[in-house]
Ligand binder design. Structure first.
Ligand SMILES: NC(=O)c1ccc[n+]([C@@H]2O[C@H](COP(=O)([O-])OP(=O)(O)OC[C@H]3O[C@@H](n4cnc5c(N)ncnc54)[C@H](O)[C@@H]3O)[C@@H](O)[C@H]2O)c1
Length: 355
């Protein structure tokens, strides 16, 4: 076993105990910030990432903020030999599974890649976890499993039968696999966390989202317009029946999301079985409201044009996050202003580095 990491007897650990945790996709936007929080909570972190949407240098940033080392393995979650080696070397107690492909738009063009990475990748991981008797998993699901929600705010009881794209369907397939696994073997402890719209960055400005291509999501696009990397923003659709005609979403600060993961880990310490929880703020924010908040916080004008609705976009979607609050004692606390401020600080850091 790797020195310095401990594996306690299950159920005996409290906040001060050390666990060995495998974080797949731990160099990515959300996973990297989860790694910081896990290390800061005293856990041993091993990252498995294939660098398909991240860079090696993220490791240094994680270690710089957390003040402690992590182990990094460059590899693919579908590589069963690699998984076997890692599970033999480190005595994991828990897996945080962030690795996957995440663009709804891209998933329409290359669905097989999405099912292969997201579904087959998870199956490889589960097979190895079973072989190694590691039965605690926190899985990154998505609000996209709801497709066009029949009721808003969206509760976990909303129908998930019809996600709008292969990406959403790949997440739903995994959720179903995990539910079946938990029914078959009650020893598993699984939390499926359905994220709404994660935005913002680590407050240090050292970790955040830096898409390699033109961003599809609103906040990364806004910050690039603000910094001059992109000329202007397109607002898709101004005739929705929403507060100001533009699309409404539930933006959640990535740090709140990360805290939700730690709360889920604490919950799984005491409870076996399978839970599915929304992680959102419970607040709907329109495109124009987000632009205005960003302008207020940064005092930078965001030029935009309005265009036709984009195919597949829903008018509005926000979470009822009360189940997570009741079960985990977790609630998002950061404001829209915090999200804008941190996203902007991160963009400025990225620009400084590239200049
Ligand atoms: N960011 C969002 O808006 C959002 C919303 C809902 C759900 N999610 C889910 O949360 C998870 C993390 O999202 P993120 O925004 O941090 O994404 P990200 O792309 O920044 O991070 C994913 C990481 O996984 C790695 N990876 C991808 N495929 C891999 C593979 N086969 N083997 C090993 N590593 C692999 C990438 O290199 C990357 O570092 C994903 O599963 C995503 O679907 C994200």
């Amino acid at each position: 076993m790797h020195k310095g990491f401990l594996r306690p007897v299950y159920g005996s650990y409290g906040v001060d105990s050390l666990l060995n945790i495998l974080v797949t996709g731990g160099l990515g936007y959300i996973g990297s910030q989860a790694c910081v929080a896990l290390v800061q909570a005293g856990h041993g972190v091993v990252v498995l990432d294939d660098l398909s949407n991240s860079q090696r240098s993220v490791r240094e940033q994680i270690e710089k903020i957390a003040g402690s080392e992590i182990h990094l393995e460059i590899g693919d979650i579908r590589d069963e030999e690699c998984l076997c080696r890692l599970f033999n070397e480190f005595n994991f107690s828990v897996v945080f599974h962030f690795a996957g492909l995440k663009s709804p738009l891209e998933s329409v063009a290359v669905p097989v890649d999405y099912y292969d990475c997201n579904v087959n990748g998870t199956l490889s991981l589960l097979k190895q976890m079973k072989r190694s008797q590691v039965k605690t998993l926190v899985f990154s699901s998505s609000a996209s499993v709801y497709g066009i929600p029949a009721e808003i705010p969206v509760t976990e009881k909303n129908s998930v039968t019809n996600p709008s794209h292969p990406y959403g369907r790949s997440k739903l397939v995994v959720e179903n696999i995990l539910a079946d696994l938990s029914s078959a073997d009650r020893e598993w402890r699984i939390a499926c966390l359905r994220y709404f719209n994660p935005v913002g960055a680590h407050p240090s400005g050292l970790l955040g989202e830096n898409p390699q291509t033109i961003p599809c999501n609103l906040m990364p696009y806004i910050v690039r317009v603000a910094s001059g990397r992109l000329e202007k923003l397109s607002v898709f659709g101004v005739d929705y029946s929403t507060v100001d005609g533009t699309g409404v979403r539930d933006y959640i600060h990535v740090q709140d999301l990360v805290e939700g993961h730690l709360a889920a880990l604490n919950y799984l310490e005491c409870n076996s079985g399978f839970i599915t929880l929304n992680l959102g703020t419970g607040q709907g924010v329109s495109v124009l409201q987000l632009i205005h908040e960003f302008e207020n916080v940064t005092e930078i004008k965001i030029p935009f044009v309005t265009t036709e609705r984009r195919a597949g976009d829903v008018a509005e979607c926000w979470a009822d996050a009360s189940l997570a609050e009741n079960m985990l004692g977790w609630k998002a606390t950061r404001t829209l202003a915090d999200m804008c401020r941190d996203a902007w600080r991160w963009e400025q850091q990225c620009l400084q580095k590239s200049s």
